[in-house]
Design a binder for this molecule. Structure first.
Ligand code: ZN
Length: 258
């Protein structure tokens, strides 16, 4: 079985063929999908997809760093309200949260404090976190420093840093989320994954973004996590089935999925 630990197939990009998308994922052996939230505007869609099959979809609730602005306190109040948790089935994590200084660093202060707030919430409620980190590794590690011995764990989703950074993530006891970027020609990830244990890796798509080869440039979908697993098995020289079983086992352990 494969688990896509990061998929936004609840988004409008899939409105025309969401059922077929889920069917294609099941057909290639994707047994479970984790759906991370973006912001208030995505909660309804996320919740209604998750409710269609509670043995298949798992939910992360949180505020994405690129949705953080001057008004983020109000948005956090809604996302972290009892009403929101009440409408979301199967919440297994807080996510996606983190910092993104790639497109815009206007709200760096707000991003930091929203991230910190959500880490504190996750710690208090014993939930793992799904971390989005783009052009902000040092800043993220800085905020996370205070949580080092808190028991908090999680995954650095769509990891795209070098081996040194991967080492720091593993030393904190976090998992590394690997997606389509692994299959790209100039990616440093093949070198990184060959130096870290497979027991620390979970697979993901981040669909609709970052489709793996041979679908690069097109809309990504959960079925394509199989391409990531295939690439991983060829890099590590182990069987496809082993990659699927080990990384799914890691995901189940991280998200406490039975
Ligand atoms: Zn995402």
């Amino acid at each position: 079985m494969l688990i896509d630990t990061h998929s936004h197939i609840y988004s409008e990009e899939f409105d025309a063929d969401r059922n077929e998308t889920v069917a294609r994922a099941k057909a290639v052996g994707v047994g479970k999908i984790v759906l991370p939230n973006i912001d208030c505007s995505s909660l309804e869609r996320l919740s209604s997809l998750a409710k269609t099959d509670e043995n298949y979809f798992y939910v992360a609730n949180g505020l994405h760093p690129t949705s953080v602005n001057a008004d983020c306190k109000k948005e956090l109040d809604v996302i972290f309200s009892e009403a929101t948790f009440g409408m979301l089935p199967n919440v297994v994590a807080i996510g996606e949260i983190g910092m993104d200084l790639y497109w815009d660093d206007t709200f760096v202060k707000e991003q930091k404090s929203a991230f910190d707030f959500q880490l504190a919430y996750a710690t208090e409620h014993g939930l793992p976190v799904i971390i989005h980190c783009r052009n902000a590794f040092a800043q993220i590690m800085d905020v996370m420093d205070a949580y080092r011995s808190s028991g908090l764990t999680g995954v650095f989703h769509c990891f795209s840093e070098d081996y040194e950074s991967a080492r720091q993530v593993l030393d904190m006891g976090y998992y590394i989320g690997i997606g389509g970027v692994l299959t790209y020609k100039k990616s440093v990830l093949p070198e990184v994954v060959s130096q870290i244990p497979l027991t620390s890796i979970v697979l993901e798509t981040d669909s609709p973004y970052l489709a793996p080869v041979p679908h690069r440039g097109k809309r990504n979908e959960s079925a394509f996590v199989a391409c990531v697993a295939e690439k991983m098995s060829s890099i590590l020289g182990c069987s496809y089935d082993d990659v699927c079983e080990i990384t799914s086992g890691n995901a189940k352990k991280l998200f406490k999925i039975a």
